[in-house]
Design a protein around this ligand. Structure first.
Ligand code: DSN
Length: 452
């Protein structure tokens, strides 16, 4: 084996306290199964780009049009990122400066709507995102939000969305979800938006990598604007890209300028140039045949995981998956049981998140579902065989905690949860699963060529 790159040498020597925080987190990532569907592991090259000197530079503006001097090399990097984004998605315009998904989505509103305008998005509790108009997000406060929902079977209620759009004439409609395990219906929503004259914005953050790999339909022919974060299935740094499609330019030839002006100077200051470099590197990696294979494997793994979980008697919303995630419906075991399964799996080294399910009988703070996905464990090289193994471990943990029931009374609930958390620390069955998780992780090492 060759010499490993000593990746954190400088920080280890200069700041042992922060170094410890970083390597403890690294150990957590290495020794556990990361199954939150919006998370992933970037390549060492992306990590290096993020740690580069580009962070030192102010570059308000865009390539060739900066406010400060000295941006000749930052321009080169940003143009590379823009060109790679345009090419890989097949769009005429890409802005790579949004700091992350939420500000990028806010920029879409500010470019296209006036305060008080009607907007539509998938309801948060039905799998949508906060920024698609939820009441605690500014997007639900500044604009008049008319949410659409999923049906009782968990599939998108297209008929309801059609009716709501006809009745409310929104200015902007969002398509794209954070907790939806089926193909995103871009074509259906484009008809709905076209019929009422609305802009259609596709938020593809969760499935970008799958789209690039050809494992999910692209929204490019259907949406006017596309937003993606760059740190989920794309495997880049934390950031976002805003794109305008040919369809968008046809509807409004000034759309690209409007989006750019809203990002800067409208909302943001200096771009995070080190992140722009990381995005450029991630886009180069995403253009390789290996990435294509990765995207397809993510879906194959997700399906294998879903099938094995269902074989073991666990209910899934929509009875399966088309993408990178599965949504467990735990109502068989009581209501609001997501917290028990989430925390017990965490104790076993499997990281997932509790999530609401359609028509959840419990509160959003204590929902009855759990969301999990395969992007990160697929990056580690795991395949269908491991998914079956992991599904068996998940089923074992669920069985170990299935009798816990959430008390209705708030005070009683806190005491119960505290004792539950103590209990799972010494639960033999959960400990046994933890051992098996460690064995799997050792077979698929994370960052094997780096030393920390
Ligand atoms: N927090 C992200 C997710 O987990 O889906 C969305 O912003």
């Amino acid at each position: 084996m060759g010499v490993k790159l000593d990746f954190l040498k400088g920080i280890r020597e200069e700041d042992p306290e922060v170094y410890k925080g970083i390597i403890d987190e690294l150990a957590r990532q290495r020794d556990g199964l990361e199954m939150i569907p919006s998370e992933n592991f970037t390549s060492p090259a992306v990590l290096q780009a993020m740690g580069s000197v580009l962070t030192n530079k102010y570059s308000e503006g865009y390539p060739g049009k900066r406010y400060y001097a000295g941006n000749q090399f930052v321009d080169v990097v940003e143009r590379i990122a823009q060109e790679r984004a345009k090419k890989i998605f097949g769009v005429p315009h890409a802005n790579v400066q949004p700091y992350s998904g939420s500000p990028a989505n806010l920029a879409v509103y500010m470019a296209l709507c006036q305060p008080g305008d009607v907007i539509m998005g998938q309801n948060l509790l039905d799998g949508g995102h906060l920024t698609h108009g939820w009441k605690t997000s500014v997007t639900g406060q500044i604009y008049k939000s008319v949410p659409y929902h999923v049906r009782a079977d968990g599939y998108m209620d297209i008929d309801e969305a059609k009716r709501l759009a006809k009745e409310n004439k929104p200015k902007l409609i969002w398509v794209g979800s954070s907790a939806y395990a089926r193909e995103f219906p871009f074509e259906e929503f484009s008809k709905i938006a076209d019929d009422c004259g609305a802009y259609l914005a596709a938020d593809i953050s969760h499935i970008t990598g799958l789209i690039i790999a050809g494992a999910h339909k692209s929204p490019v022919d259907y949406a006017h604007v596309i937003m993606t974060t760059t740190h989920k299935t794309l495997r880049g740094p934390r950031g976002a890209i805003l794109m305008v499609t040919d369809k968008g330019l046809k509807k409004d030839p000034e759309l690209a300028e409007k989006i750019d002006k809203t990002i800067f100077p409208g909302m943001q200051g200096g771009p995070h140039n080190h992140i722009t470099a990381g995005i450029a590197v991630a886009l180069k990696e995403a253009a390789t045949p290996q990435f294509k294979e990765y995207g397809h494997q993510v879906v194959k793994n997700s399906r294998a995981l879903a099938d094995e979980l269902m074989k073991r008697g666990i209910k899934l919303v929509t009875n399966g998956t088309d993408n990178h995630m599965v949504l467990l419906d735990l109502t068989n075991f009581g209501k609001g049981t997501g917290i028990f399964v989430q925390d017990a799996l965490d104790e076993a080294g499997i990281t997932v998140n509790k999530n609401t399910i359609p028509k959840d009988p419990a509160s959003p703070f204590y929902p009855s579902g759990v969301r999990m996905g395969t992007p990160a464990i697929t990056t580690r090289g795991m395949k269908e065989k491991e998914m079956r193994e992991i599904a068996a471990l998940i089923a074992e943990v669920i069985d170990a905690v299935k009798d816990y029931q959430l008390p209705e009374d708030k005070e009683e609930r806190q005491i119960y949860l505290k004792s539950f958390k103590e209990g799972i620390k010494t639960n033999e069955r959960i400990r046994n699963v933890r051992g098996k998780v460690l064995e799997i992780c050792k077979r698929f090492p994370l960052y094997p060529n780096l030393s920390f």
